[in-house]
Design a protein around this ligand. Structure first.
Ligand SMILES: O=C(O)CCC(=O)C(=O)O
Ligand SMILES: [Fe+2]
Length: 209
């Protein structure tokens, strides 16, 4: 497999994640990979559906809590995204090799927050489902400006918060069980790719919420 990132870079990101429970990596996607994902995004915008909250029978569409539309990806079907899947393989390999996480699966969706969309403070785990281990969000927004809103708000253990702007090609990774977070209302359409690295192989996110 061709390396997507240098091992040295990965190791410094892992150190930061271990220390703070989250890490923000700029230029995580190079121009080629970014372009492939953005084109795929544009050509599937009509297929997005309103996202819900909660798992299984508890899943509810609650625009007052969560305002995005999502499109779940499928590696077998979405072969145009080969370059993304290579990056996911590399990411899983690194977490398993250097953080001993025992990850064995993943699930990814594209997300579109229309103007005004937000997501209230939450953890990426549900009471009856705890296999989401690492959350990964990659932003696809060209020319995001101060004042456009849509920041990811991270709630740190010391009670402080950090705002992360959804800048194109930026990736945020965090420990799904430990980092409460929210998406602030966006003043224009906001595009991202969100995934979870899983400790059991059941990539059932699209059914579970
Ligand atoms: O888009 C983001 O910045 C975070 C999205 C999120 O928290 C989620 O989908 O669970
Ligand atoms: Fe989340």
């Amino acid at each position: 497999m061709k390396n997507c990132h240098e091992l040295e870079d990965w190791l410094s990101w892992m150190d930061e994640l271990a220390e703070k429970n989250y890490v923000v990596v700029d230029h995580f996607l190079g121009p080629e990979r970014l372009n492939i994902i953005q084109s795929f995004f544009r050509s599937h915008l009509d297929n997005f559906t309103k996202a819900g909250i909660g798992a299984l029978a508890d899943n509810m569409v609650r625009p007052d809590i969560r305002g995005d539309y999502t499109y779940w990806l499928d590696r077998k079907r979405d072969i145009e995204l080969e370059e993304l899947w290579n990056l996911v393989d590399e990411t899983m390999f690194i977490y398993n090799r250097y953080c001993y996480l025992g990850l064995s699966g993943y699930e990814f969706h594209l997300a579109h927050y229309p103007k005004g969309g937000h997501y209230d403070k939450h953890l990426d785990q549900f009471n009856n489902r705890s296999n989401r281990t690492i959350s990964m969000v990659i932003y696809l927004n060209k020319d995001w400006q101060k004042g456009d809103g849509g920041e990811l708000e991270i709630f740190r253990e010391d009670g402080s918060t950090v705002l992360v702007e959804p800048l194109e090609a930026r990736c945020v990774m965090f420990k799904s069980a430990d980092v409460p977070h929210a998406v602030l209302a966006s003043n224009k359409p906001r595009y991202s790719l969100t995934g979870w690295l899983l400790q059991q192989p059941s990539a059932l996110g699209q059914f579970l919420g």
